[in-house]
Design a binder for this molecule. Structure first.
Ligand SMILES: Cc1cc2nc3c(=O)[nH]c(=O)nc-3n(C[C@H](O)[C@H](O)[C@H](O)COP(=O)(O)OP(=O)(O)OC[C@H]3O[C@@H](n4cnc5c(N)ncnc54)[C@H](O)[C@@H]3O)c2cc1C
Length: 444
C-alpha cells in the first residue's frame, strides 16, 4: 500500500523532473468556471491525493489529502459520528480546493469559511520543497495568506480540518418573507441563535425563504430529495422538514442547487431517464463543459437573436448593505433563484490578507449561476462588470472561481498586494506559479 509519504515523494520527483512551463493540477474534477487561456503548461498528476488519512473524534479533527472530495471526506467522518465544520455543497469540491478557492456552507455563520476551521496544511512549493503551515509555526504567514490564492503559492497536499459531532437528523424550518429588509433582519437574528445551520433562497422581489436547521436525535419522518422530489422546490411549499444528516449535507448537490434545470433534469421524464446516479453536480458539470465546448446553446441563442452572457458568481456583502445589493441585482441582472448564505469569522482576532472580510462583521453570500440573455448586444462581461462595481461600492468581496474583469488597480485595491508580493517573494521567488491577477482575471 502506497502511503501519503510515498505519494508526496513521487510528486516532488515529478515536479523536479519537469522544469519550465507553469505547473497545472491534473485532477479528476474542477469547479472553476473560467476557461483558461491556451499556453504551455506541465500537468502535475495529483489525482492519487484523495485519501482520508485519519479521523480523531475525541481531538476533533480529520486529516485528509488535498484532493479528497468532500463526498469521500463526509463519508469517512460521518462513520465516526462527526463532520468537518463546513462542508461545501458540491460533492466534487476538494478540501484543498476549498481552502485555496474559499468555501462556504450553512454552518458558516457559526464556523466561518472553510479555511477558518483548518488546523494545518502541508504545501508543495514551486522549488519542490514541502512545508507545514500552522497558525503558530514559522510558516504562519503562509497559513493565513494561502486562502483565496488559487494555487499561485503552491499546492495543499495534506489538510487537517476541525470536526464537530453530528446527530442523526436535521430539523428544518422554512420561513417565507415578502420584504427583503425584514428578510435580512430575520436572517441576522437567526445567526444569533443556537441554530446549527442557516441559509436561504430568494425566489423573487416578494418571495424570500429563510431556512434554519438544528440537529435532532429523532424525527417523525425523513424526506428524500435524492431522486424524484426536488429540494429547493420544497422551500416554497413547506414550513418544516426533517432530513437525515447525510441527505441534509448533500441537499443541494442532487440538482446543483437548481442548475439542473439547464439540462431539463427537473422534468420528471428526463429525471427518470437520467436515473438517480446521474442526478449530481459532477454529471451536470460534464454536460455543461461539453455544451460550452461545442457551443450548442450559444448557437441556439444566436438564432433567437439573443446576446447571452454567463453570470456564474458568488459575492459576499456586509449584512447591512444586503437589501441594497438585492435591489440592484433584481433590477440589473435578474437571475433567479439566488442562494443566500451568511458567514462570520469565529475569531475576530485573525486576519486573512487575501480574503479581506472584516472579521467583526456578518456577511451574506449571494450565489447566482446562470446566463443573462438580452435582445440587444453589450460589451463582453457587461453584466459581470456591473456586479463587480456594485460589490466594490458596497465594500463586498467577489469570489474568484469564475469570470473576472477587474483592471489591475481595481483588483489590487480589493486584494492586499503588499501581503501577496511578500508571500510570493518568500514561497515562490522564481515565479514558478502564475500570479493571482494573471490566473484569476487574465485566465493564464
Ligand atoms: C455553481 C457553483 C456553485 C458553487 N457553490 C459553492 C458553494 O456553495 N460553496 C462553496 O464553498 N464553493 C462553491 N463554489 C466554489 C468552489 O468551492 C470553488 O471554486 C473551489 O475552489 C472549488 O474547489 P475544487 O476542489 O473543485 O478545486 P478546483 O476547481 O479544481 O480548483 C479551484 C482553484 O484552486 C486551486 N486548487 C485546487 N486544489 C488545490 C490545492 N490542493 N492546493 C492549492 N490550490 C488548489 C486550483 O489551481 C484552482 O485555481 C461554487 C462553484 C460553482 C461553479
Amino acid at each position: 500500500m502506497e502511503t501519503y509519504a510515498d505519494r508526496k515523494n513521487r510528486l516532488v520527483r515529478d515536479l523536479a523532473a519537469t522544469a519550465g512551463a507553469p505547473p497545472r493540477l491534473c485532477k479528476d474534477t474542477s469547479n472553476l468556471f473560467r476557461d483558461r487561456a491556451p499556453g504551455p503548461r506541465r500537468r502535475l498528476d495529483v489525482r492519487a491525493f484523495n485519501h482520508v488519512l485519519a479521523v480523531d473524534r475525541e481531538a476533533g479533527w480529520v486529516d485528509a489529502e488535498g484532493m479528497t472530495p468532500y463526498a469521500a471526506l463526509t463519508e469517512a467522518t460521518l462513520a465516526h459520528g462527526v463532520m468537518v465544520c463546513v462542508v461545501p455543497q458540491l460533492k466534487s469540491i476538494t478540501i484543498g480546493g476549498a481552502v485555496a478557492g474559499v468555501g462556504i456552507e450553512s454552518s458558516s455563520f457559526r464556523h466561518g469559511l472553510v479555511h477558518e476551521s483548518i488546523e494545518e496544511f502541508e504545501v508543495l512549493l514551486g522549488d519542490g520543497s514541502v512545508v507545514l503551515a500552522r497558525p503558530d509555526n514559522e510558516h504562519a504567514d503562509l497559513f493565513f495568506g494561502f486562502p483565496n490564492t488559487y494555487g499561485t503559492l503552491g499546492y495543499a497536499l495534506r489538510v487537517r480540518a476541525k470536526t464537530v459531532p453530528v446527530r442523526p437528523f436535521v430539523r428544518l424550518t422554512h420561513v417565507r418573507h415578502t420584504d427583503p429588509r425584514a428578510y435580512f433582519a430575520e436572517l441576522e437574528r437567526a445567526c444569533g441563535t443556537d441554530a446549527d445551520f442557516v441559509d436561504g433562497v430568494v425566489f423573487g422581489p416578494a418571495e424570500q425563504v429563510l431556512t434554519v436547521g438544528r440537529f435532532v436525535d429523532e424525527a417523525p419522518y425523513a424526506s428524500d430529495y435524492t431522486y424524484e422530489r426536488i429540494y429547493y422546490r420544497s422551500l416554497r411549499t413547506r414550513t418544516e422538514d426533517y432530513l437525515g444528516v447525510h441527505d441534509y449535507i448533500w441537499r443541494w448537490d442532487t440538482d446543483w442547487f437548481w442548475c439542473s434545470k439547464n439540462l431539463h433534469a427537473q422534468n420528471p421524464i428526463v429525471r427518470r431517464l437520467l436515473g438517480r446516479k446521474r442526478l449530481n453536480s459532477v454529471f451536470y458539470t460534464k454536460v455543461m463543459r461539453w455544451n460550452a465546448r461545442v457551443g450548442l446553446t450559444r448557437r441556439i441563442d444566436r438564432m433567437l437573436g439573443k446576446h447571452p452572457e454567463s453570470v456564474i458568481q458568488d459575492v459576499d456583502i456586509p449584512i447591512e448593505r444586503a437589501p441594497e445589493f438585492l435591489e440592484f441585482f433584481l433590477r440589473e441582472i435578474g437571475i433567479l433563484p439566488v442562494w443566500i448564505c451568511p458567514f462570520r469569522s469565529p475569531d475576530a482576532g485573525r486576519r486573512w490578507p487575501l480574503f479581506p472580510a472584516d472579521p467583526r462583521k456578518l456577511y451574506v453570500n449571494f450565489g447566482f449561476w446562470d446566463v443573462v440573455r438580452p435582445d440587444e448586444p453589450h460589451p463582453p462581461g457587461h453584466f459581470n462588470r456591473l456586479v463587480e462595481r456594485k460589490v466594490h461600492e458596497l465594500a463586498g468581496i467577489k469570489s474568484l472561481y469564475s469570470d473576472a474583469y477587474f483592471t489591475p488597480d481595481e483588483f489590487w485595491a480589493s486584494y492586499d498586494r503588499a501581503a501577496y508580493e511578500a508571500l510570493k517573494a518568500r514561497y515562490d521567488p522564481n515565479r514558478v506559479f502564475k500570479d493571482l491577477y494573471e490566473k484569476t482575471v487574465l485566465k493564464q
